[in-house]
Design a protein around this ligand. Structure first.
Ligand code: SF4
Length: 263
């Protein structure tokens, strides 16, 4: 995958903000607004590692989680988090529809990076039985499938955390072009340490630290989600063209924390 291909994707995706970027960002109560202003000032001038330290060590020790899909873009942030505090809770969403390669990649990164607290979360069995007893809802209603397999479990898992780390980057969409390093979203503070990183910087970091790549990237899957909703991309296609291919959908509706690539 080249930098150019990823950039093209985002042009192809157009100007519409992703759901994650549209939802009410900003602290409305005075106490949260004051804390947000303080955090913004503290983050000013810090690099990615400095912002992570702000969240993990200075302001919200023991109260911060990262949600990761262990997809193609996950490893840089996970490596940084592991370097600062390998005991940071990492919420891994197993929708029940993932590629086996993703599960093995999770295990490999856990081993290589030394992460000690990867928590696998998933849809509630009652929801599965009620909403998708045959496991084929994805073929009829992807939004409903993503909702009970992704959105609900992540919201549930984030309860109790005061802060969350995401791997979103400004280059990904126009809607994210103004994204700040610290935000307030859905009742908690959200840190975006990679906000101003470019794709080339991500590639350089991955190479410099010899971080393993998701095995499906080399097999033609630059963006990796659930197996039924992900296909290979062909030459000239955009980065996310293999996700929900043929549907008017490019967002699972989660974006409560997955690191930019969606799940
Ligand atoms: S990506 Fe597809 S299979 Fe996965 S939760 Fe969404 S609709 Fe279901």
């Amino acid at each position: 995958m080249t930098a150019a291909r990823v950039t093209v994707i985002d042009q192809a995706r157009g100007l519409a903000p992703r759901a994650f970027d549209r939802q009410g960002i900003g602290a409305r109560d005075p106490l949260s607004a004051a804390r947000l202003a303080k955090l913004e000032a503290a983050a000013e001038g810090r690099d990615a590692a400095g912002i992570l330290k702000l969240a993990l060590a200075e302001e919200f020790p023991g109260q911060t989680a990262i949600v990761s899909s262990f997809g193609s873009e996950s490893a840089v942030l996970l490596h940084m988090v592991a370097t600062i505090d390998p005991t940071t809770p990492v919420l891994f969403l197993n929708t029940g529809k993932l590629f086996g390669e993703t599960l093995r990649y999770r295990d490999r990164l856990q081993d290589v990076l030394g992460l000690t607290d990867i928590r696998t979360i998933g849809p509630h069995p009652d929801d599965r039985a009620r909403l998708d007893p045959e496991g084929t809802l994805w073929s009829r209603n992807t939004d409903a499938c993503c909702d009970f397999r992704k959105v609900v479990p992540i919201k549930r898992a984030l309860q109790g955390f005061s802060a969350q780390i995401t791997g979103r980057k400004r280059f990904q969409t126009n809607a994210r072009a103004e994204m700040k390093p610290v935000e307030y979203f859905d009742g908690r503070f959200r840190f975006n340490p990679l906000a101003d990183w470019t794709l080339a910087e991500l590639e350089d970091y991955t190479a410099a630290h010899e971080i393993p790549r998701h095995p499906l990237v080399e097999d033609g899957y630059p963006s990796i989600g659930c197996m039924p909703c992900t296909r290979r991309v062909q030459a000239g296609e955009g980065y996310r063209d293999g996700r929900w291919s043929g549907l008017d959908k490019d967002e699972c509706g989660i974006h409560v924390g997955v690191d930019g690539e969606g799940i």
